[in-house]
Design a binder for this molecule. Structure first.
Ligand code: PMP
Length: 390
């Protein structure tokens, strides 16, 4: 039998990252290609204690079907944290728990996009969003990312040219560049979208991982009704639990709940309850401070090694949070060539090409600094310098 696939599958790229990770899994390779949190910063014992407590008190409920919206104490925790951290006044009725924030992107695509609808996205943009939204066959309109956020004039042109259904962006420590939008850009985007029927999808996977500077208000502060804000426990607790969320107006959430029901009924009850128990018992602020300390050190180390070891003409971003640094290579070196040469030196990098919806980015590279320890970062960057040919 030959299986006939839906046309939309033709338009959806396989995850380039997954393909690359397969090549880089062997232990002798130092990988800066993936996007994994540091394993030493996952509180295995505390999460195991939370799991035991969940099984001992009401284990059957934790193993039972549950509501699509998600476990109420967890939604209350998220709403409380928004209030405390960012002064964002939201209630649990505005929170939908999702299976990772990746599922949030799929659900948003499902409820708002018809084939051919325009989606504005940062250039370069998060590959996982490009992949998730591609399944709904949109027309992508890239908006160049400047040092402090999206090019507002370009966004304005895109909004004039097309009836843009949504604008997707990662204002805090963006994946792949590590760039954080300035206050001016946040307000600028909000004022361009104000009064239009373009939704803003504000992906805040990295907001808590800010190791320099003060936290900036989410765009949702300036554009409360038409911003869909997504968040995740992957980077501050554990990605394997697959718990994220959507924070949006209850009317939008109602549609998203229907889509989620159709997709998986609800996020794992057990995972939600273990996570809620863990979060209520642990000092999450102290844990986040620890993660930020470590990632801040890693980022500074990687940046210093680039400056010391790499040739002139290499340009890098200067992240103030998150897990990635973005490098632009000199004109005569493509990132695919460097990828091959780096692999021969047993170090893996991620060429930036798949982050561009309209091609380009041939000389860009994403480097992850969260996963490896400082010794391996130092060794890996020396290997990479050899691969570049210095
Ligand atoms: N958004 C961004 C910007 C990400 O980098 C990631 C993970 N790499 C996700 C969403 C998805 O993360 P999760 O599904 O684990 O919440």
């Amino acid at each position: 039998m030959t299986c006939r696939y839906a046309a939309r599958m033709e338009k959806t790229p396989r995850s380039f990252i997954r393909e690359i990770l397969r090549v880089t899994e062997s232990p002798e390779i130092i990988s800066f290609a993936g996007g994994l949190p540091n394993p030493a910063l996952i509180r295995v014992e505390e999460i195991a204690t939370a799991a035991r407590s969940v099984f001992e008190s009401g284990g059957a409920a934790a193993l039972q079907y549950a509501t699509t919206e998600g476990y109420l104490p967890l939604r209350e925790f998220i709403a409380d944290r928004y209030r405390q951290r960012l002064g964002l006044e939201v209630g649990p009725e505005e929170i939908l728990i999702t299976s990772g924030s990746q599922q949030a992107l799929d659900l948003i695509g499902k409820v708002v996009l018809d084939p051919g609808d325009a989606v504005a996205i940062e250039r370069p943009g998060y590959l996982g969003a490009i992949q998730a939204l591609s399944l709904y066959e949109p027309h992508f309109s890239p908006v160049p990312l400047e040092e402090d956020g999206p090019d507002l004039a370009a966004l304005e042109r895109v909004l004039e040219e097309r009836d843009v259904r949504l604008f997707y962006g990662v204002p805090n420590s963006q994946n792949p560049t590590g760039i954080t939008w300035s206050q001016e850009k946040r307000e600028g985007v909000a004022s361009l979208l104000e009064g239009t029927d373009t939704l803003f999808v504000e992906d805040d996977a990295y907001g808590e991982l800010r190791f320099a500077g003060r936290p900036l208000p989410p765009v949702k502060t300036y554009l409360p009704d038409s911003t869909i804000l997504t968040g995740s426990f992957s980077k501050i607790a554990a990605p394997g639990l697959r718990v994220g969320w959507i924070c949006a107006d209850p009317a939008v959430l109602e549609r998203l709940v229907v889509a989620k029901q159709a997709s998986d009924l609800h996020t794992s009850t057990l995972d939600q309850r273990i996570l809620a128990r863990y979060l209520l018992d642990t000092d999450l602020d102290a844990h986040v401070r620890e993660i930020c300390r470590v990632y801040g050190r890693h980022s500074a180390l990687m940046a210093a090694l680039i400056d010391d070891l790499f040739p002139d003409g290499v340009v890098r971003t200067d992240p103030d949070g998150g897990m990635f640094l973005w490098v632009t290579l000199p004109p005569d070196l493509s990132s695919m060539t460097l990828f091959e040469r780096a692999l021969a030196e047993r170090v893996a990098i991620l060429p930036g090409l798949p982050f561009y919806v309209d091609g380009g980015g041939e000389r860009t590279v994403r480097l992850n600094f969260s996963n490896a320890d400082e010794e391996r970062i130092t060794e890996g960057m020396h290997r990479l310098a050899r691969a570049i040919g210095v």
